[in-house]
Design a protein around this ligand. Structure first.
Ligand code: HPA
Length: 277
């Protein structure tokens, strides 16, 4: 964390707030690869491209739009972040997690991180949705490395129950209400951008991972450092490497995420309804 990060965060938050026109989002939803269509569910929406906000970088990854959408979902005032930044694009972790800092600086209390992920657990199939119960940061890098600015959070944030048990329960209740089977599990974050080798996937299974992806863990750590209530949802887009005879491809990941869009949207909307009540 560089010393003037705090003022950059405050500036970005105040510029973004100007676009809200009185809207006061209570929850932020970060949309993963090809999960962007959810942004269409936002009512009374105002859309702000990332590049209109100072110090927010624009995503280069395919399937990531790069805009904030403020509005309402099922009576819950929300801020949707459609498109995210990944370390594999070459961004620093300060850049990757900057929007999370901005979300916290806006006074938003709750954040839901979503992603596309490979199923490591053999019982997870393409199209399944998984509540993240916990994560493994296996990227080899950490977003809180360097001097700590106490205005942003503590030096040694606790990561017990990082994924809020109450929010997780709300997701299960929302899923049951729409007859959706929702799985729960541990998300392993790896740096990518290659997919894993079959040997790596066997290792992940051995260390207790259920799903694997290339995002989320750094944002999750910064969310907790910032005092945000955190939840996470993985859309399982493929069986992890070694479990299928066909090679992994980004096209397959995108197509499955798009096919799951309806269930994903219904689940998130149900969650918003519960959080609003
Ligand atoms: N591995 C890593 N990231 C992913 C995968 C995967 O199998 N699927 C979607 N994102």
């Amino acid at each position: 964390m560089t010393s003037d990060a705090y003022s950059r965060i405050q500036l970005a938050a105040s510029v973004l707030r100007e676009h809200f026109d009185g809207r006061e989002p209570r929850a932020a939803l970060v949309l993963g690869s090809a999960l962007g269509p959810f942004a269409e569910a936002v009512i009374d929406a105002v859309s702000v491209p990332f590049d209109e906000i100072p110090h927010v970088r624009s995503p280069t990854a395919q399937g990531h739009a790069g805009r904030f959408v403020a509005g309402t979902v099922r009576n819950l005032p929300v801020l949707v972040m459609s498109g995210r930044l990944h370390a594999y694009e070459g961004w620093s972790l300060e850049d990757v997690t900057f929007p999370i800092r901005v979300i916290a600086a806006l006074g938003i209390e709750t954040i839901v991180l979503t992603n596309a992920a490979g199923g490591v657990d053999l019982s997870l199939a393409a199209g399944d949705l998984m509540v993240i119960e916990d994560h493994l940061n296996l990227t080899g890098i950490h977003p809180l490395t360097g001097p700590n600015d106490e205005r942003l959070g503590p030096r040694f944030p606790d990561m017990t129950n990082a994924y809020d048990p109450e929010l997780r329960e709300m997701f299960y209740v929302a899923a049951a209400k729409i007859g959706l089977t929702l799985r729960g599990g541990v998300y392993a974050g790896l740096s990518g951008p290659s997919y894993e080798t079959p040997a790596e996937v066997r290792m992940l299974r051995a260390v207790g991972a259920h799903a694997v992806g290339m995002s989320t863990v750094h944002e999750a750590i910064v969310a907790r450092h910032s005092g945000l209530r955190l939840a996470g949802i993985s859309c399982i887009t493929n069986a992890a490497a070694g479990e299928s005879s066909s090679p992994l491809s980004h096209t397959e990941v995108m197509n499955t995420a798009l096919r799951s869009a309806e269930a994903f949207q219904a689940l998130l909307e149900g969650f918003c309804e519960k959080l609003a009540s």
